[in-house]
Design a protein around this ligand. Structure first.
Ligand code: GAR
Length: 203
């Protein structure tokens, strides 16, 4: 699931092509934003791409219902939120427990939760003055950005950084590596959740 440029989606597509991620087939790419370049990336790759937006529904409830019904059609084993900016309905989180993973562009629990998405995350990190930020991949739970952590990688904040330069460094050095790696581990059946902790089974 995507909302924007889709560079994290691209990292996954590339890892499947390279054979780094095995035992996986990308069934569909879903965006809430019809103009998302991520949809083009999917189509270029021969992957079905579709848009479903809360804006096209009378109420949030109606959207949530339609969204879950659409997702169910694909009988997915794993849902990857690769820069998806719509709140996942509670019913979907419950139904797909430990089957939805999200990438967040900070070291959770810093700079996460309601309102922290995209460039806002990096603005907040710079405003706070942290010297390290990074990215986190986690399972999605009912608490926003609060589910069990699968992987994290720290990235330095450098003098003169803007939200844009920090975002780029975190994408290049952390996100595009962590997300395909987490998908690989999941597809190899190597992630086990015990309470808040994710245990990575050795090969
Ligand atoms: C990424 O930086 C991702 O971590 C962030 O949105 C960007 C999407 O970029 N996600 C969030 O902020 C979720 N709270 P992309 O479309 O190029 O992958």
């Amino acid at each position: 699931m995507v909302s924007g440029g889709g560079t994290n989606l691209q990292a996954i597509l590339d890892a499947v092509d390279a054979g780094t991620i095995t035992n996986a087939e990308i069934a569909v790419v879903i965006s809430n934003n019809p103009g998302a370049y991520a949809l083009e990336r999917a189509k270029k790759h021969g992957v079905e791409a579709l848009c479903i937006s809360p804006k096209d529904y009378e109420s949030r409830e109606a959207f949530n219902e339609a969204f879950l019904a659409k997702v169910d059609e694909y009988h997915l084993d794993l849902i990857v939120l690769a820069g998806f900016l719509v709140k996942i309905p509670a019913a979907m989180i419950e139904k797909y427990e430990h089957k939805i993973i999200n990438i967040h562009p900070s070291l959770i629990p810093s700079f996460c939760g309601q309102g922290f998405y995209g460039l806002h995350v990096h603005e907040a990190a710079l405003a706070y003055g942290v010297k390290l930020s990074g990215a986190t991949v986690h399972f999605v739970s009912a608490e926003c950005d609060g589910g069990p952590i699968i992987a994290q990688r720290a990235v330095p904040v450098l003098p003169g950084d803007t939200p844009e330069t920090l975002q780029k460094r975190i994408m290049e050095q952390a996100e595009w590596k962590l997300l395909p790696e987490a998908v690989r581990l999941f597809c190899e059946g190597r992630l086990r959740v015990e309470g808040r902790t994710v245990i990575i089974e050795q090969e």
